[in-house]
Design a binder for this molecule. Structure first.
Ligand SMILES: Cc1cc2nc3c(=O)[nH]c(=O)nc-3n(C[C@H](O)[C@H](O)[C@H](O)COP(=O)(O)O)c2cc1C
Length: 349
C-alpha cells in the first residue's frame, strides 16, 4: 500500500475506534426556545432548501470522509446511494490520491448516483509547492471536479493536521493567492477540518471569491487527536505528544458559524451528531449543516444503515422546527437561540 493509501486507511480506523472528539460539547451551549403554540402542523413543516442553486430535501451535507484506498469505494458508494435517495449533499474525501495516481473507482462512484449536490475535495497545502512537490494547478482542480462530476470543489484548510503529522505539508505562504486564482475559474468553497474558521479568515475567503464556507469547527472530529493515534501506533512519541497537546485546539463550531457569517452560505459542522444540532446551526445563521464522523460506521455497513441514521436526523430537525414554530428553514433561521457556557464566553469577547 502506498503511504497516502495507508494514511487514508489509518484515518478511518482511528476515527472508528478511538476517542477523537474534543471533550466539550459546544452544541449543548446552544438552546432553541420552545414554542407551545407552533401554529403549523408537523406534516406541513417544510425542511427543504436551495443551496448553491441545488434543491435539497433538508439542509444537510455529508462532508468529505474518504477516497483513494481499497475500502473507500464501498464507503462512498453507500453514502452516495443514501444521499441520492434522501436528496441531500455529499462530498468526497481529498482527491490527492486520485489526481496523483488515478482514480481507483472510489471517487467516480459518486457519478453512479443522482446526488443533488456533489462536492469534490483538494487540500489548500497542495495548491502550493511542498518540499519539491509541484502544486496542483487549475487544470488539476478541474480534473478533480470532473472525476466526481462535482457542482463545487471544496478546498480544505487542515494545517492543524499537517503540523502534527510527521510527514505533514507545513508550507502555508501563497495559499491565499492560489485559492484566489482557482476561484476565478472554478466554483470553490473553503472548508476546515475540525478547527473552525475565524471572522478574519471568513472575510478574506469571501474577498478572494470563495462561494461558501464549511466551518468544521472544534467539538467534533479532532485531526490532532487522529494524528496522535497514528503516531502512537508508529511509536513516534514526539508526534503523539504534539497531537495530544493540540487535541482541544480550535474555534468552537457554533462560534465559528456566527463568525463565518459574512454574506456567503455557511455550512455548520464540527461535532454535528443529530437533527437538533442541525437546527441549532441554522438558527445561528448557517444555510445548511455538515456531518462526517456521525455516519462513518453506517457508511462502512450499508446504504440502508446510512438511510436510517440520516432519516432520523431529518425527523429530529423537523421536530425542532415544529417545536420552535418554524414552518420552513427560513423561519428557523430567524429564531434567536439562547447561548450558554463556553460558547457564550467566546462570543462575548
Ligand atoms: C475519517 C475522516 C476523514 C476525513 N477526511 C477528510 C478529507 O479527506 N478532506 C476533508 O476536507 N475533510 C476530511 N474530513 C473532515 C470532515 O469532512 C469534517 O470537516 C470534520 O470531520 C468535522 O466533522 P465531524 O465532527 O462531523 O466529523 C475527514 C473526517 C473524518 C472523520
Amino acid at each position: 500500500m502506498r503511504q497516502i493509501e495507508r494514511r487514508k486507511a489509518d484515518h478511518i480506523e482511528v476515527a472508528l475506534k478511538e476517542d477523537i472528539s474534543t471533550g466539550y460539547n459546544y452544541w449543548d451551549d446552544v438552546k432553541l426556545v420552545h414554542c407551545s403554540l407552533p401554529e403549523v402542523d408537523l406534516e406541513e413543516v417544510d425542511t427543504s432548501v436551495t443551496l448553491f442553486g441545488r434543491k435539497l430535501s433538508f439542509p444537510l451535507i455529508v462532508t468529505a470522509i474518504t477516497g483513494g484506498y481499497p475500502k473507500a469505494k464501498r464507503i462512498n458508494e453507500n453514502l452516495a446511494a443514501a444521499c441520492a435517495e434522501l436528496r441531500i449533499g455529499m462530498g468526497v474525501g481529498s482527491q490527492r490520491a486520485g489526481l496523483e495516481h488515478g482514480d481507483d473507482g472510489s471517487y467516480k462512484v459518486l457519478k453512479d448516483y443522482d446526488v443533488p449536490l456533489r462536492i469534490g475535495n483538494v487540500g489548500a497545502p497542495q495548491l502550493i509547492a511542498q518540499r519539491g512537490k509541484a502544486p496542483f494547478g487549475v487544470q488539476d482542480l478541474r480534473s478533480a471536479m470532473e472525476m466526481t462530476d462535482a457542482h463545487l470543489l471544496a478546498v480544505h484548510l487542515n494545517y492543524l493536521q499537517e503540523v502534527v503529522q510527521p510527514e505533514g505539508d507545513t508550507r502555508a505562504k501563497g495559499c491565499v493567492d492560489a485559492i484566489r486564482s482557482a476561484a476565478k475559474e472554478l466554483p470553490l468553497i473553503a472548508k476546515e477540518t475540525g478547527a473552525g474558521i475565524s471572522k478574519d479568515v471568513a472575510q478574506r475567503l469571501k474577498g478572494i471569491g470563495v462561494r461558501g464556507i464549511d466551518v468544521a469547527g472544534a467539538g467534533g472530529t479532532s485531526f490532532s487527536a487522529v494524528e496522535k493515534h497514528r503516531a502512537l501506533k508508529a511509536e513516534d512519541m514526539r508526534s503523539a505528544m504534539l497531537g495530544d497537546t493540540y487535541h482541544e485546539w480550535g474555534i468552537p463550531a457554533p462560534v465559528s458559524v456566527v463568525w463565518a457569517s459574512v454574506g456567503i452560505p455557511v455550512i455548520a459542522s464540527g461535532g454535528v451528531m443529530d437533527g437538533l444540532q442541525v437546527a441549532k446551526g441554522i438558527a445561528l445563521g448557517a444555510s445548511c449543516a455538515g456531518m462526517a464522523r456521525a455516519v462513518l460506521a453506517e457508511a462502512l455497513e450499508s446504504k440502508q444503515k446510512v438511510m436510517e441514521r440520516l432519516g432520523l436526523v431529518q425527523a429530529e430537525l423537523k421536530a425542532a422546527m415544529f417545536l420552535t414554530g418554524s414552518k420552513d428553514v427560513e423561519a428557523l433561521g430567524k429564531k434567536r437561540p439562547i447561548l450558554t457556557g463556553e460558547t457564550r464566553e467566546w462570543l462575548s469577547q
